[in-house]
Design a protein. Structure first.
Length: 498
C-alpha cells in the first residue's frame, strides 16, 4: 500500500479514533471485509445487522484515506450523468439503479441521527449550480429528475441562485431539498462504532497481504494472522494492492484536497446565505458554510500524491475567484484523500467469483453509492438479493497504468480548462447582453428626445453603402427592433459549444 496524504496538524481524525486493535490470532468468520473506509464499513454494518459474523481488516486505521477526509454531502445519483446511464443500460435499469442510490442516501439518514452518532450535525438541502447559462437544459433536466426519476428537485433561476450565492460565476441551479450533509469526517467513525455495536470486529494496522479465494472457505493472510471466511469483500479502493493487484489497476487514482477557512465573520453572511452544500455541474468546486462563519471548500485535484498544505493557497485563490468580496481568506486546516475513478465512471459493485466480492471505484460521490453497495452485497450474501447484477454492465476495465494517470491528469486539466472557458464565455455573453440592454435604453431615449430613428450601421470597409431608404411614413419610437437585432447578433456570437 502506498502512502496517502491526510490532514495537517489538528487533523480531522484527532480525538475521534479509538486505539487501533491489530489482529494477532487466527479467526474463522462468515464474511471478511478488506478495508475500513465507507465501502467496507457499510458492508460490515449491514451484514452484522443481518446476523453474519464479520471481521474487517484495515491496513492503517478507520477512515485513513478518502472516507475520513470527505465533506459529507449526500446526494442521490452517481458520478455519471443520467443521460449517459440511459444510453448505456436503458431507461428502466437506469430508473432502478437511481432508486437504489436514493435508498443508499436514506440509509445514511437513518444512521446519522444525533442519538446514533452524537455531533454528526445533519443539515438539509444541496444546490447544484451551473457554470454556464443553460436555462433551457435545466428545464428538461428537472423534468427528467422529477417525473421520470421521482426525485424531489426545484429549479432555481439565475436571480435566485445569486440571491443566495453573491457571485456572477454561477447561473441556474438545481436544488435538492432531500439531499443533506453531515460531518463527513465524523461519519466514518460513527459507522465503525455502529458496525462494532452490531457485532462486527474491526482490526486496524492489519494489512491483508494475500487471499486465496478458490475454495468454499477462502483464506486471508495478514502479517500476524490467518483468517478463513465464506465470503471476502474487497473494499480497499486504490490501495488494495497485493490481494488482487489487477483490481487496483482498474482504478485511476485522483487525489482531492479540501480546506476550511478561519472564521470569516459578517462578510461570509453577506456573500453566501445558502446553508447547504454547493457543487458545480463540472465537479470543480464543492463547498459549504461550517461552524457559522467558516467555509469548507474542496477543489484542487492531482493524479499524484502531494502534501495537502501545499494546496492551501490554491483553495484560498479559488475562493477569492468565486467570491472576490471576501477578500483575503486565511486557511486554518487542509486535508486530502485519494478517490478511485473507473474508466466508465460507475462504481464497481458485484461478485468476481463465487464468494469474492468487490465494492469500490466510488469517485467523488462515495457517500450514497457506497452505502447502497454495502446494502446490496450484504443482502445478496445473506438473503440472495440479486439486484447487484444491475451493475454488471459496468465491467472491470484496466485504467491504463501510469500512462492512464498522465492521460487522466491531462484530461482533468483540459476538462477544468474547457469548463472555465465555457464559464468565462457565458459570463462574457451575459455582460454583453446587459451592455446591449443599457445601450438600447440610452439610444431609445436619445431618439425619443431627437424624434429620429437610430442610425443605420456603417457597412464594412470596401463594401458599397446600401441605398438610402426613403423617409418613413411615421417616425418609429426607436424601441424594440434594434435591440432585438443586436441581441440576436450577440446570441450568434458562439465560437464553440457552450
Ligand atoms: C476531499 C474529498 C471530499 C469528498 N467529499 C465527498 C462528499 O461530500 N460526498 C461524497 O459522497 N463523497 C465525497 N468524497 C468521495 C468519498 O470520500 C469516497 O468516494 C469514499 O470515501 C471512498 O470510500 P472507500 O471505502 O471506497 O475508500 P477508502 O476511503 O480509500 O477506504 C479504503 C480503505 O481500505 C484500506 N485498505 C486498502 N487495501 C488494504 C489491504 N490490502 N488490507 C487492509 N486494508 C486495506 C485502506 O487503508 C483504506 O482505509 C470526497 C473525497 C475527498 C477526497
Amino acid at each position: 500500500m502506498s502512502e496517502t496524504s491526510t490532514s495537517t496538524t489538528n487533523g480531522p481524525d484527532a480525538g475521534t479514533t479509538p486505539e487501533p486493535s491489530r489482529l494477532t490470532f487466527d479467526l474463522d468468520v462468515d464474511i471478511c471485509v478488506v478495508g475500513a473506509g465507507l465501502a467496507g464499513l457499510t458492508v460490515a454494518l449491514e451484514a452484522a445487522r443481518l446476523g453474519a459474523s464479520v471481521a474487517v481488516l484495515e491496513g492503517r486505521h478507520v477512515g485513513w484515506n478518502a472516507s475520513g477526509h470527505q465533506l459529507g454531502t449526500v446526494m442521490p445519483g452517481y458520478g455519471l450523468p443520467i443521460a449517459d446511464l440511459i444510453a448505456r443500460i436503458g431507461f428502466e435499469d437506469t430508473r432502478e439503479i437511481w432508486t437504489l442510490s436514493k435508498e443508499g442516501a436514506e440509509s445514511i439518514r437513518a444512521n446519522t441521527s444525533e442519538q446514533l452518532m452524537p455531533g454528526i450535525a445533519l443539515s438539509e438541502g444541496a444546490l447544484e449550480v451551473s457554470n454556464v447559462d443553460v436555462g433551457d437544459q435545466l428545464i428538461s433536466r428537472l423534468q427528467m429528475l422529477g417525473e421520470d426519476f421521482e426525485t424531489e428537485v426545484e429549479g432555481w433561476q439565475v436571480d435566485r441562485v445569486r440571491d443566495h450565492l453573491k457571485t456572477d460565476r454561477y447561473f441556474h441551479g438545481v436544488y435538492y431539498p432531500k439531499a443533506f450533509q453531515v460531518d463527513g469526517r465524523k461519519y466514518v467513525h460513527g459507522l465503525a462504532a455502529l458496525a462494532r455495536r452490531a457485532g462486527a470486529r474491526i482490526f486496524e494496522e492489519t494489512p491483508v497481504v494475500s487471499i486465496d479465494s478458490s475454495g468454499i472457505r477462502k483464506r486471508i493472510v495478514t502479517p500476524s494472522a490467518r483468517l478463513r471466511a465464506s465470503h471476502i469483500v474487497l473494499a480497499g479502493n486504490i490501495h488494495l494492492g497485493a490481494p488482487l493487484r489487477r483490481l487496483s489497476r482498474t482504478l485511476l487514482p485522483v487525489w482531492r484536497y479540501a480546506a476550511v477557512t478561519a472564521p470569516l465573520g459578517e462578510r461570509l453572511a453577506e456573500a453566501i446565505t445558502f446553508q447547504g452544500s454547493v457543487t458545480d455541474t463540472d465537479g470543480i468546486d464543492h463547498f459549504r458554510i461550517v461552524d457559522g462563519d467558516r467555509l469548507m471548500w474542496a477543489s484542487p485535484e492531482t493524479t499524484w500524491n502531494a502534501r495537502p498544505e501545499r494546496f492551501a493557497p490554491a483553495v484560498a485563490r479559488r475562493i477569492r475567484t468565486i467570491f472576490p468580496q471576501l477578500g483575503r481568506v486565511e486557511i486554518s486546516e487542509t486535508w486530502g484523500g485519494a478517490v478511485g475513478h473507473t474508466v466508465h465512471g460507475m462504481p464497481q459493485i458485484g461478485q468476481l467469483r463465487r464468494g469474492l466480492w468487490v465494492t469500490s471505484g466510488f469517485g467523488r460521490q462515495g457517500m450514497n453509492t457506497s452505502a447502497m453497495a454495502g446494502r446490496l452485497i450484504a443482502r445478496s450474501i445473506l438473503w440472495g438479493d440479486e439486484r447487484w447484477r444491475l451493475f454488471s454492465p459496468f465491467e472491470l476495465v484496466w485504467a491504463g497504468g501510469p500512462t492512464g494517470r498522465v492521460a487522466g491528469h491531462l484530461i482533468g486539466i483540459w476538462g477544468r480548462g474547457s469548463s472555465a472557458a465555457a464559464g468565462a464565455l457565458a459570463r462574457y455573453r451575459e455582460r454583453a447582453r446587459a451592455k446591449d440592454r443599457q445601450r438600447d435604453v440610452r439610444l431609445a431615449e436619445a431618439n425619443r428626445q431627437a424624434g429620429t430613428r437610430p442610425p443605420r450601421p456603417r457597412p464594412p470597409p470596401g463594401q458599397p453603402r446600401p441605398e438610402r431608404p426613403g423617409p418613413p411614413a411615421t417616425v418609429p419610437s426607436g424601441e424594440g427592433e434594434p435591440a432585438m437585432a443586436r441581441s440576436q447578433e450577440s446570441e450568434n456570437f458562439t465560437p464553440g459549444p457552450v
